[in-house]
Design a protein around this ligand. Structure first.
Ligand code: PLP
Length: 391
């Protein structure tokens, strides 16, 4: 029998289908709030200024494309660490980090590391979440368990339900946390909740894996990592899966890092050696170009400050659109208090279908919108189309 004869059809990615529908729609006023990338007021996802400058510099100065190692560009990871982890944790001898192909690669490497350390550990994921989370952990052979995270009726974190979920976990299980800018809800833990969470995770002997994919797109670089720092400081062991693909707008270049915090400095080396062995069989070594760009930006203070300025401006654009949406109707008010690109609209799939058919407004059936898909002109039309459907 043919090897591939038993393979079944697979549904295409739901968001890709929306891109296709939007593209085929001839109506001039159509609005795409589906795709999850930052967009400027013209709808473009531009290359950032500092990235262009760094690329020009690399083109002029890079004199070899010879192999690095499975750790990728170590200077990239080391320069990124103070931004992601803060100065104190970046200098902590218990923490070791390597470059990965994007945040996805960081999550997959974390999953494989958990599996070789102890494949019996379950990974707990709050729902709803990024649809790729569960498949990544399952691909490494791990058991995924879910607990409630979001109270859709109130548009807020269901913190009691989340904590109650943790009581089901066995000591040693892994808990996935979104560091900031929760995908798809935009809704994160409050300051005091991070502190409670850190205590509960420590008390129950759980291991946090923080997915930090949007640092700087919520309330600012430092603010967006503050909750994660509380957790890392409160527990012996932890992991951080980081993406530079949104905050440097490098998406297709696939830039990320995985940091692992061991319980004592002597364990950092064995942890690292295992990460390198796993990376070797996953991708041998991560692609260089994007990490070299980030390294070049972080090496040069003028480029770093230009990157920070542009990121702050992107963040400000998202926040001002959030304020407009939040002021438009009481049911949308939570959007003004949320962070990052995404919000879950309090509407059903029939409304999603109606918005598409009657107004050319495109979003997935879940009602998740990318705030940055709007601008000052379209946001008014978007709100006008939405209002009749809100309670
Ligand atoms: N984690 C979350 C929550 C995401 O939304 C994404 C991307 O959409 C990722 C991780 C992966 O990012 P990357 O493109 O760097 O793999």
């Amino acid at each position: 029998a043919p090897l591939f004869g038993r393979l079944e059809r697979q549904a295409p990615d739901a968001l890709l289908a929306i891109i296709g529908l939007h593209r085929a729609d001839p109506r001039p006023g159509k609005i795409d709030v589906g795709v999850g990338v930052y967009r400027d007021a013209t709808g473009a996802t531009p290359v950032m200024r500092a990235v262009k400058a760094a690329e020009a510099r690399l083109l002029a100065t890079q004199d070899t494309k010879s192999y690095l190692g499975p750790e990728g560009d170590q200077r990239f990871t080391d320069l990124l660490a103070p931004i992601a982890l803060g100065g104190a944790l970046a200098a902590d001898g218990r923490i070791t980090g390597v470059q990965t192909p994007g945040g996805t690669g960081a999550l997959r490497l974390a999953a494989e590391l958990i599996a070789v350390a102890d494949a019996e550990r379950a990974v707990w994921i709050g729902t709803p979440t990024w649809p790729n989370h569960a498949p990544i952990f399952r691909a490494a052979g791990l058991t995924v368990r879910t607990q409630a995270y979001y109270d859709a009726a109130q548009s807020r974190v269901d913190f009691d339900a989340f904590l109650a979920g943790l009581t089901q976990a066995r000591a040693g299980d892994v808990v996935l946390l979104h560091g900031c800018c929760h995908n798809p809800t935009g809704t994160g833990f409050a300051h005091h909740e991070w502190a409670v969470l850190a205590k509960e995770i420590a008390r129950r002997g759980l291991i946090p894996l923080v997915d930090l994919a949007y640092q700087g797109l919520g309330q600012g670089l430092e603010e967006d990592a503050a909750g994660m720092h509380v957790v890392l400081n409160g527990v012996p062991e932890a992991m951080v899966a980081y993406s530079c693909d949104k905050n440097f707008a490098l998406y297709r270049e696939r830039v990320g890092a995985l940091w692992v915090q061991a319980d004592r400095p002597a364990m950092a080396l064995p942890v690292r050696e295992n990460m390198l062995v796993l990376a070797r069989s996953l991708w041998s070594m991560p692609p260089d170009h994007g990490a070299a760009i980030v390294r070049t930006i972080l090496e040069e203070p003028a480029l770093t400050s230009d990157w920070r300025d542009e990121l702050t401006q992107m963040c400000g654009r998202i926040r001002s659109l959030r304020a407009i949406l939040g002021a438009a109707h009481p049911a949308l008010a939570p959007i003004a208090r949320q962070d990052g690109l995404f919000a879950l609209l309090p509407i059903g799939r029939e409304t999603v279908a109606a918005l598409r058919a009657e107004h050319g407004i495109y979003m997935p059936d879940s009602g998740r919108i990318n705030i940055a898909g709007l601008n000052d002109e379209t946001v008014a039309r978007f709100v006008a189309a939405l209002l009749p459907h809100l309670k």
